[in-house]
Design a binder for this molecule. Sequence first.
Ligand code: FMN
Length: 150
Amino acid sequence: MIHQLIYYSRNTVPGGDRAMLTNLRDIVSASQRNNCRDGITGFLIFDKTWFIQILEGDRTQVGETYNRIARDPRHTGATVADARNVSTRSFPNWTMGGAMRTPEVEEVYLQHGVGSAIEPARLKSSQIIALAFDLQAFDQARRQGMRLAS
Ligand SMILES: Cc1cc2nc3c(=O)[nH]c(=O)nc-3n(C[C@H](O)[C@H](O)[C@H](O)COP(=O)(O)O)c2cc1C
């Protein structure tokens, strides 16, 4: 049985797009290293104000990872939106994927009915997973395009 936890939190790191992207990349690279070791997969949505993260794996490992993340000063007010057992992982191929909200991915947000500011407390976990899924697909398609173009 896989445990899946979804939480949201508020970003505390100020700066422009470049600083925010660097911040996200730092978080994602540390996450990939640790999550690979701990058998955790998931996705991190970052709209510059909010982080929304899906963590999935062994229940104990997910709990320990979440507790460590919640203490991180790069965000505040971590709130668990959902925690449940699922039969399969939603993000089996990602030790931790991450996407920042940029004009490029705005169409993905729009497809999910998120036109302006995101309100994490109002989103259902199924909506969060669907949005993360499409952000991941968008990122993959873009990488694929880059490979074909080069
Ligand atoms: C929004 C956010 C999401 C994070 N997600 C993860 C994660 O999925 N896995 C992880 O190990 N660390 C994650 N971190 C980083 C942890 O808070 C912590 O810095 C890191 O696990 C420490 O790793 P280290 O001891 O290898 O330096 C996240 C941090 C933030 C701010």
